[in-house]
Design a protein around this ligand. Structure first.
Ligand code: TXA
Ligand code: MG
Length: 303
């Protein structure tokens, strides 16, 4: 165990918070079983208490100890874990994930991250670790160590530097209960999931994924999406050939590269204090569904 990992595990055991890198975004982590520790997360983020957290576990066996994963859920986990897929499934052990972490629901969101530092911490800690994105509520998720420290570093006893997040977008959230529903588009695409479990039902009632009610991912400057020109005072973020300045999500039009760059480019653009951040159209297919979801939220068009 590296010194950083041992310190992080000790902090979790003591009921303190840890800035934890994952492959998607940085998380602000706590012992899922400890309500006092979990309360510190809600306070640091300014997060409404109706919005439940994701429990991170080392592997499928660990997930099976706290939640009921049926055959569909197991197939999804076997295909995409470790990786950016979160499963919302019936809770088995209420003592492992406290009420506050689940916002009182009888389901729990579980995922197994692939980042080596996150895996080292989860392996050594043993139990589930809740970790929402380390931003203050309503702000873009941090995808670089410095951004995570700037957002909620004040609340963390230990901050682990895992470099830049390679995925850059939050995990896909899929409920596997009566039906299989896409609650939050993310790094694993709709068609990748449908290839395993067949057609997905609509996310439907936003109360199923309480986080979907909140305005999210917004920088301070207004965001203008599907922009094809740059207006006075704006910073422009291009995509592919539509290049009107120095910033471009991916000059080659690669959606993975665009996802990895999205939140850090919004943050850097915001620092210039522009009148608005104009973002070029991004195709909606594949990973584009999640990228456009985050852009629409940043622009205040959903949420
Ligand atoms: O990639 C990620 O998922 C990152 C990294 C740190 O793992 N975490 C993350 O957590 O994005 P957070 O808290 O920002 O988003 C969790 C989402 C929210 O939309 C929340 O409403 C939903 O998961 N969620 C959690 N538990 C749920 C439940 N029992 N039922 C429905 N939705 C749930
Ligand atoms: Mg978040």
């Amino acid at each position: 165990m590296t010194a950083g990992v041992a310190e992080a595990v000790a902090a979790l055991r003591a009921g303190d918070l840890v800035l934890l890198p994952t492959e998607t975004v940085y998380g602000l982590a706590a012992d899922a079983a400890n309500p006092v520790a979990v309360a510190k997360i809600f306070e640091a983020k300014g997060r409404p208490h109706f919005n439940p957290l994701i429990s991170h576990v080392f592997d499928l066996d660990a997930a099976g100890r706290i939640a009921a994963l049926d055959e569909r859920a197991r197939r999804l986990a076997e295909r995409f874990w470790p990786g950016p897929l979160t499963l919302v499934v019936p809770l088995l052990d209420a003592s492992a994930v406290c009420d506050l972490a689940r916002a009182g629901l009888d389901t729990v969101a579980v995922r197994t991250p692939s980042h080596p530092l996150a895996r080292a911490v989860l392996g050594a800690f043993g139990g589930p670790v809740v970790a929402p994105s380390a931003n203050r509520s309503g702000r873009p998720s941090p995808t670089r160590f410095v951004d995570a420290v700037e957002e909620t570093g004040f609340a963390a006893a230990v901050a682990l530097d895992g470099g830049d997040c390679t995925v850059g977008l939050e995990s896909t959230v899929v409920a596997v209960t009566d039906a299989v529903r896409l609650l939050r588009p993310g790094a694993v695409t709709r068609s990748e999931i449908e290839a395993v479990v067949g057609p997905l039902e609509d996310g439907g009632d936003p109360r199923r994924s309480p986080g979907r009610l909140a305005v999210h991912y917004a920088p301070d400057a207004p965001v203008r999406i599907d922009a094809v020109d740059r207006r006075d005072g704006e910073v422009f973020i291009g995509f592919g050939d539509l290049d009107l300045g120095s910033r471009n999500l991916s000059r080659s039009g690669d959606l993975r590269e665009a996802a990895a760059n999205l939140f850090s480019m919004l943050r850097d653009a915001d620092r210039e204090r522009p009148s608005a951040i104009a973002v070029a159209p991004v195709p909606h297919a594949g990973l584009g569904e999640a990228i456009n979801d985050r852009l629409a939220r940043a622009a205040g068009k959903i949420g």
